[in-house]
Write a protein that binds this ligand. Structure first.
Ligand code: FAD
Length: 244
């Protein structure tokens, strides 16, 4: 299939989500709908220096709503040219994108019971999936297991807490690898909690669950291996997206 044509989008707002994460909301300059499925990503074409522009992929954090807008959440990687540039981008600036791309998707209507496992900004495509499903009135369980180091790194925490309060099908299960003494929630890497949540999700009787796993390769590879060898999950029920 031919690649979708590039388009220009303007940064219309930005906010800080955590110590190293900035959320950027763009709007297509041509007014066309952003047009993507929950879980997909865009390639940003970034004129970071005097040479050729560089291209980097970013998952879409917002849900498709028919508007020209879409949000990205970018972790600042120390010394990383693209993420540094995006953290300095000013509102009003325009840049080129190509996409959407990707098969890491979950239908908003009729999606399976899902254990969504992420570290850091890996939660962004899962946020898009959850918001889209809730807006579509889906009742299928969506349990989000989000791993970060510290409490302040928990992206979209208030929003996920509110979604969980308002929708019985949503559960938010944050875990901290370096939580302070005051933290009373889950601790350790996401891998520590996958078995318990997967088995509890199966026990709800809502149907055969799927896992959606997103983040850096080390975590995604390790969870995928665990799902296969320890939990016996069929390959087609385990979906992964790697950022590196
Ligand atoms: C399909 C896909 C979707 C992606 N979606 C996102 C997203 O929604 N948000 C986002 O911040 N990044 C995302 N990335 C990563 C992004 O494309 C860049 O790799 C990242 O911004 C670093 O680029 P850089 O030029 O700043 O640093 P580089 O010099 O290119 O990268 C340096 C190293 O940073 C590490 N790295 C990459 N991404 C992250 C991250 N998120 N957190 C910590 N370390 C990282 C990798 O080990 C990489 O090798 C995605 C990547 C892919 C392939």
């Amino acid at each position: 299939m031919p690649a979708p044509p590039p388009f220009e989008a303007r940064l219309v707002s930005a906010r800080t989500l955590g110590p190293s994460v900035r959320e950027l909301t763009f709007e297509r300059v041509d007014g066309q709908p952003a047009g993507f499925q929950p879980g997909q990503w865009f390639n940003a074409i970034l004129p970071v220096g005097p040479g050729e522009p560089i291209s980097r992929s970013y998952s879409i954090a917002s849900e498709p709503d028919g508007s020209p807008r879409f949000a990205l959440a970018v972790t600042h990687v120390r010394g990383g040219p693209a993420s540094t540039w995006l953290h300095e981008l000013t509102v009003g600036a325009a840049l080129r994108f190509v996409g959407p791309f990707g098969f890491f998707t979950r239908p908003a209507v009729g999606g399976p019971p899902s254990l969504m496992i992420a570290t850091g900004t890996g939660v962004t495509p899962l946020r898009s999936m959850v918001r889209a499903a809730v807006l579509a009135g889906s009742q299928a369980p969506m349990w989000i297991l989000l791993g970060v180091r510290h409490e302040e790194d928990l992206l979209y925490r208030d929003e996920f807490d509110a979604l969980a309060r308002e929708h019985a099908c949503v559960r938010f299960e944050p875990t901290l690898s370096q939580g302070s003494a005051a933290w009373t929630g889950r601790r350790g890497y996401v891998q520590t909690h996958v078995r318990e949540l997967w088995e509890a999700l199966r026990a709800t009787g809502a149907g055969e669950p799927h896992a959606y796993v997103c983040g850096l390769e080390r975590m995604v590879g390790s969870v995928r291996a665990m799902m296969k060898t320890e939990l016996g999950a069929p390959r087609q029920q385990v979906h992964g997206e790697r950022y590196d």
